[in-house]
Ligand binder design. Sequence first.
Ligand SMILES: NC(=O)C1=CN([C@@H]2O[C@H](COP(=O)(O)OP(=O)(O)OC[C@H]3O[C@@H](n4cnc5c(N)ncnc54)[C@H](OP(=O)(O)O)[C@@H]3O)[C@@H](O)[C@H]2O)C=CC1
Ligand SMILES: O=C(O)C1=N[C@H](C(=O)O)C[C@H](O)C1
Length: 261
Amino acid sequence: MVKVMVAGYHGRMGSTAAQMVIDNADFDLVGVYDARGKDTNLGEDDRFKGQDVPAFHQLDAIKTTATVWIDFTIPTAVYENAKFAINHGISPVIGTTGMTDEQVADLQKLAKDKQVGGLIAPNFGISAVLLMQFAQQAAKYFPDVEIIEMHHADKIDSPSGTAISTAKKIAEVRAPKEQGNPNATETIPGARGAEYEGMRIHAVRLPGLVAHEEVMFGGPGEGLTIRQDSYDRISFMTGVKVAVEKINQYHELFIGLENLL
Ligand SMILES: NC(=O)C1=CN([C@@H]2O[C@H](COP(=O)(O)OP(=O)(O)OC[C@H]3O[C@@H](n4cnc5c(N)ncnc54)[C@H](OP(=O)(O)O)[C@@H]3O)[C@@H](O)[C@H]2O)C=CC1
Ligand SMILES: O=C(O)C1=N[C@H](C(=O)O)C[C@H](O)C1
């Protein structure tokens, strides 16, 4: 039985993850954490009536037997949460996006020092993991690329963690290239999107969307578009479940779900 703590349990992903843990016979939800709220037990939340799981609202008040910490919180909270987990020998399984490269490197060092396994996955959806792999493969032949990520209107960070990860994977295999016309101008600033090693990343935010990404490649006389769609947050739970099952076997912090598949 894997004992699990879920951080961000009031939120869209945290509540979905808490339900996944409750529904899994091999997992035991032993605590939930969210920075706000007065509830002392998850069962006080209408969505989780009948559950008896202690709820915490301050990191330093947390007392837990959890061995895995699932984190779906916010960019400004996740680093401290992950540090807390690793320092207490709890393996973090982090879906929260928006950490800096320096923060990720710090956490990797801490996990290695403490010999604690962990995972930061910008996307737990299998379609997104495959999209990133296919895009990296295509970029060897098509160096001209535009990344378009599309999300629900409440998303805080942009571009998405998945789009940044896609750009990094593409950058690993293609020489840096300034795309488009070197004399191009923007009549309205930002029209060409964010720039990463010459690639352009566009962030669309609309009600009705969940999480979607297109990677468009163009070459002389031809084009290739790779697209993935998460229509429902349940799509991320396959990956979270795999990570919870496996992460206690490891002693380092991985980046990307593909490391555990
Ligand atoms: N890797 C993946 O596959 C996926 C990653 N994500 C990422 O997960 C994160 C959460 O997304 P989503 O669920 O949509 O966002 P929500 O805004 O719905 O949820 C975030 C939750 O975090 C809580 N929170 C805020 N501050 C803290 C804190 N200091 N400590 C603990 N909890 C805190 C919020 O509480 P309150 O409401 O009280 O402020 C809220 O309940 C985002 O970074 C998103 O990009 C999302 C989908 C998939
Ligand atoms: O905020 C979201 O919803 C999502 N966030 C992650 C990201 O930033 O890539 C993963 C997925 O796209 C959903």
